[in-house]
Design a binder for this molecule. Structure first.
Ligand SMILES: Nc1ncnc2c1ncn2[C@@H]1O[C@H](COP(=O)(O)OP(=O)(O)OP(=O)(O)O)[C@@H](O)[C@H]1O
Ligand SMILES: [Mg+2]
Length: 250
């Protein structure tokens, strides 16, 4: 049975960065097989994991549309779905990556979304861990792209508004009856220990903890050098904090 970790939160709080750090830590600490999922239509998890994206689920949907007549027979369509899945799994060092992407042009992401969900179901049993990076906001929840999660990590910046936003995400998860076994709040990019008032707001909004990750200048460095998270020094503060967080939550 694989353990599915999903990462949610408002824009720019560090979801993708922490997802990549988690993938690296799982590989190094647990020697685990990991499937990384980029569920953000504006995908960039691959950059932090240091791999190129040749195909996304969105591309597959476009191909289906173009070849619609050819694949109208049910059986053939299923075979196409499976064949394309294996072509779109990107192999990294110690992990695989599946990117949702999006269809071309205006309109809805439903088709890419639905196929992505199907692919997740088909794939996840083959890995020890699944780590899902989501787009900002609530849509991945209302569409239920994010579902059947063992551990939901809600990321916030160290601000009162950030915590309130995290709390709204938590409320929505409950309202939509999304299946989540455990939820944790991570306050990211702290400079020093969290303010007492912030801790009070965390508590008042029903979160335990919180778990925290410091503002790590080495992350800025790797980003400016266009390097992946794997080039971060193993003693960097964010790596050691994520490893400690994994020990706590797993
Ligand atoms: N702990 C950290 N220390 C220093 N910089 C960080 C940290 N976490 C994230 N960052 C930086 O913050 C910025 C936003 O991070 P990231 O792209 O991971 O956020 P996001 O929540 O995925 O954003 P989006 O909502 O656009 O998907 C990036 O420049 C990243 O390098
Ligand atoms: Mg992101």
């Amino acid at each position: 049975m694989s353990v599915k970790i999903a990462v949610a939160g408002k824009g720019g709080t560090g979801k993708t960065t922490l997802s990549a750090l988690i993938v690296r830590s799982l590989i190094e600490e647990k020697k685990a097989s990991v499937l990384a999922l980029d569920a953000d239509p504006n995908s960039n998890l691959n950059e932090l994991l240091g791999v190129k994206v040749n195909s996304t689920v969105g591309h597959i949907v476009e191909d289906f549309k173009k070849n619609g007549a050819v694949i109208s027979s049910g059986l053939y369509k299923d075979q196409m779905v499976e064949m394309n899945l294996h072509q779109s799994v990107i192999e990294g060092k110690g992990f695989d990556l599946l990117v949702m992407g999006r269809g071309e042009g205006p309109g809805c992401y439903c088709a890419a979304n639905n196929l992505f969900k199907k692919y997740i179901d088909m794939l996840q049993g083959s890995y020890d861990f699944v780590v899902m990076d989501n787009e900002a906001g609530l849509e991945h929840l209302s569409r239920k792209t994010t579902n059947n999660v063992d551990i939901m990590l809600i990321i916030s910046d160290p601000s009162a508004r950030g915590i309130l936003s995290a709390s709204r995400i938590n409320t929505l998860i409950n309202e939509l009856t999304i299946k989540v076994k455990k939820t944790f709040l991570i306050i990211n990019r702290l400079d020093g220990p969290p303010d007492e008032r912030l801790l009070r707001i965390v508590k008042d909004n029903g979160f335990d903890g919180p778990l925290t990750v410091d503002n790590d200048l080495q992350i800025n460095d790797t980003e400016l050098n266009c390097e992946s998270i794997f080039s971060l020094h193993e003693n960097s503060i964010s790596i050691s904090q994520i490893k400690k967080i994994l020990l706590k939550i797993l």
